[in-house]
Design a protein around this ligand. Structure first.
Ligand code: ADP
Ligand code: ZN
Length: 764
């Protein structure tokens, strides 16, 4: 390693001084998850600030690498430190507060610090994409008006004079193109003036303002009800107090939660602060987002449907304070608002809030931490809060529970009717996807010119293909899951690795060659059956196969709102957040899809889905009916959902979780090991669990570890998967566990990949 030659020769006559130097702490983006200290060369000292990216010599070969500066301080001279090469950014891409948030995310989720920081800022925003060079013209400062006039007298043409007049009429620089237009001159004329030194031209980099969502502006004609007012008062007081607190807005579907969000945002804006509204999935919540966007002037949307340039512009406008309200999905929780007043998490229980790549953060929990770091209130809205949030609301001091127990305008909750499909099959010949009750309601809806929503949470046509003779199902060649038959492509699809195969004519098992039959139903099959049974009905399907872009959702939902079709059939995406006044019937074709999950949250998911989709019904004046079809009519989740009884469900389910020592009574960290070789996985898994047991014992960390076992999806994209679960009694114990695992290098297990998933939302 080349040490820096010391050019400083201490004088023997002077008392020995302690030499100091600027030292930067850097988190590199390279795979090694550690921070390193570097000397800052004097000329860079003034410019370098935490949150900037720098170039550093890295590794034995001192290759150029990029890292985030997380701190700069003056320290005693240490000649063993290397000097950093230079700065990547002119300004910090992360504020100090966001740096702190990033450090928490990396620590809590066991994620690589440098990469976490890097992922918090969109690539395009780091490049400052979409910025344009804009030229400005101004009068030189050194030349006084009189002198100018004298010089002009000599050699100035009328066109040039017009430019100078136009400039003098304005205060300060004028955009080049604007000036041309104002003075009615050619660009060359300004160039001539610049050569003469009579004007100066300067170039600035500017971002165009972010596009505003296309919306119809309307103020609601109603008065807030008492419950809404009480909620607004409580949240408003918290916003004014500028103190950290969490407000769980538990409001039944159609109780007008959006108005409460609007008021909370207004409260923040009135104090000159900004607001972030997080939505689970932009496609699912286009309607809510647009409705909110319509209520505020300077709104930016942040979601995956944006182009690089759009994203970068939005980012710059938020950073510069030009945007007041940010509406977005997961990554919007890192929006660079410098003066935030409130964060709202709509539908906080949605699993899509969990990032499924490292850093595997939960948006809601990052929002709460950001609220804590920046001393501001966080609002969590839901008709069926996650049991984690509910448990916190009941037990934690800084949590406040706000109820909106009634629908607005005194509208009734929809009446829900449960159909036990076992009885239905006994009572009726043939295979029917739609029960008699469901058919009766659909007929009525069509007769009255109302609208209906049908939900089946399964994509495709038939959920699997199976051999009649040997009972083998057709599985994905790369994953241990059944392939789903799609009529749209005529192919068998893997919903995990996206492989598509032509459907074999006969059973692929060697020497069997039995007939293959389609089993199970998917949403495409429902669409087919509805079209056959109700030939006059206008039917459209909404699932991720039919919807290719966010524009498709907007189009379909818009058409439904305009009553251009009668029945909307879809997967879970039809369940969320939609508000259509003419929907008088909602049918859940099967409430059981989530119950089949191998996951301790299966009941919770089932409950949420049924409650949510039922909530789409009867939101206008036409009244609402719901039919829920199930083969599991006796489960608590289905029964409570049918009664719309969240608290009843939460009580039963929390008691079960407590007994089994499951979250929220414990903290779960899931480790998934994958490798092309099963034997290596088995060995590595056993060694990992043993090492973890020793480590935790040595550090006095209490944890319950499961034995390594094949994951429910035991093979994915040609890799076998093993699963280890660690349950900790508290978050502190888990944090300490992650810390020691990191420091002892246990996050590498000698297999192809080891994923650490803290607070996982899926155990597949
Ligand atoms: P939630 O999110 O709680 O399901 P929304 O906020 O979508 O409910 O509100 C449902 C509908 O009721 C919306 O169309 C909204 O404009 C309307 N609304 C909200 N508050 C009131 C009120 N106080 N009186 C009448 N209508 C209201
Ligand atoms: Zn696959």
């Amino acid at each position: 390693m080349a040490r820096r030659r010391d050019s400083f020769t201490p004088s023997l006559l002077n008392a020995p001084e302690v030499r100091t130097a600027l030292v930067a702490t850097i988190a590199p983006l390279a795979p090694i998850d550690q921070t390193f200290s570097y000397l800052v060369p004097e000329p860079l000292g003034a410019a370098l600030r935490p949150g900037m990216r720098v170039e550093i010599p890295f590794g034995r070969k001192e290759r150029r690498a990029v890292g985030f500066c997380i701190a700069v301080s003056r320290q005693a001279w240490d000649s063993t430190l290397k000097e950093l090469y230079g700065l990547v950014d002119e300004r910090p891409v992360l504020s100090e507060r966001l740096l702190e948030l990033g450090r928490w995310v990396s620590r809590y989720y066991g994620a690589h610090l440098g990469r976490t920081l890097d992922l918090m800022v969109p690539a395009a925003a780091k490049r400052r994409a979409g910025r344009r060079r804009v030229r400005y013209v101004r009068l030189p400062e050194s030349v006084s008006g009189d002198q100018n006039a004298g010089r002009e007298g000599r050699a100035i043409r009328a066109g040039q004079q017009a430019i100078l007049d136009a400039l003098r009429a304005r205060d300060g620089p004028v955009r080049f193109d604007e000036l041309c237009a104002a003075a009615g001159c050619k660009p060359a004329t300004i160039g001539t003036l610049a050569k003469k030194g009579l004007v100066e031209i300067e170039t600035r980099w500017e971002a165009a303002a972010p596009e505003q969502p296309a919306v119809v502006r309307h103020e609601p004609p109603f008065e807030l009800n008492d419950d809404q007012r009480a909620a607004i008062e409580q949240i408003g007081a918290a916003v004014s107090a500028r103190q950290f607190s969490v407000h769980v807005l538990f409001g039944v579907t159609g109780s007008g939660k959006t108005e409460v969000y609007v008021a909370a945002i207004r409260g923040a804006l009135a104090q000159g602060r900004q607001a972030i509204l997080l939505v689970p999935e932009i496609a699912l919540t286009t309607q809510t987002a647009q409705r909110l966007a319509a209520r505020f002037d300077r709104v930016a949307m942040l979601h995956s449907g944006l182009s690089e340039v759009q994203r970068s512009r939005a980012w710059a406008a938020i950073e510069g304070g030009a945007v007041q309200v940010v509406i977005g999905t997961r990554s919007a929780v890192f929006a660079p608002c410098s003066n935030l007043g409130v964060i709202i998490v709509d539908e906080e229980a949605e699993p899509s809030y969990k990032n499924q790549q490292s850093p595997r953060f939960h948006t809601r929990d990052v929002a709460i931490t950001r609220g804590h770091l920046e001393s501001l209130p966080v609002v969590l809205g839901s008709a069926a809060p996650s049991l984690e949030t509910w448990h916190n609301a009941l037990t934690r001091r800084h949590y406040h529970l706000i109820r909106l127990p009634h629908r607005v305008r005194g509208l009734a909750m929809p009446s829900v009717h449960l159909v036990d499909m076992r009885d239905e099959h006994h009572a009726r010949r043939g295979v029917h996807m739609l029960s008699r009750a469901m058919e009766w309601h659909l007929n009525r809806v069509l007769e009255r010119g109302e609208q209906a929503v049908l939900l089946l949470n399964r994509r495709g046509y038939a959920s699997y293909l199976c051999c009649r003779r040997c009972n083998t199902a057709v599985c994905c060649p790369h994953c241990s899951v059944r392939m789903v038959f799609h009529t749209t492509t005529g192919l068998a699809h893997c919903h995990y690795c996206h492989e598509k195969l032509s459907v074999p004519a006969r059973c692929p098992t060697v020497a069997c060659e039995g007939n293959l039959v389609r089993f199970g139903i998917g949403v495409q099959r429902v669409e087919e059956e509805v079209s056959q049974k109700f030939p006059g009905a206008r039917v459209r399907r909404m699932d991720s196969d039919a919807m290719k872009s966010p524009a498709d959702y907007a189009e379909t939902l818009g058409a439904f709102e305009r009553k251009e079709f009668d029945i909307l059939i879809g997967t879970q995406m039809v369940a969320k957040g939609l508000d259509f006044p003419f929907v008088s019937f909602v049918g859940v074709v099967s409430a059981d899809t989530a119950l089949a999950l191998n996951d301790f949250r299966a009941e919770e998911r089932t409950f949420q889905l049924v409650l949510q989709v039922a909530g789409r019904s009867g939101r206008g004046d036409v009244g609402g009916h719901v039919v829920v079809q199930t083969f599991a009519a006796d489960t608590a989740a289905v029964q409570h959902a049918v009664e719309g009884d969240y608290e009843g469900f939460a009580t039963v389910e929390l008691a079960r979780r407590k007994k089994l020592r499951l979250p929220p009574f414990t903290r779960l960290m899931r480790l998934v090991l994958s490798d092309p070789k099963v034997t290596r996985l088995q060995k590595a898994g056993a060694a990992l669990v043993q090492a973890l047991r020793d480590l935790f014992t040595r550090h006095g960390i209490i944890a319950r570890l499961t034995e390594p076992a094949p994951a429910p999806i035991s093979r994915l994209r040609d890799l076998y998967r093993y699963d280890v679960q660690a349950y900790f009694p508290t978050a502190e114990a888990m944090l300490k566990g992650i810390e020691v695992m990191k420091s002892e290098g246990l996050l590498r297990a000698g297999v192809k990949s080891l994923v650490v998933d803290v607070d996982p939302v899926s155990l597949q």
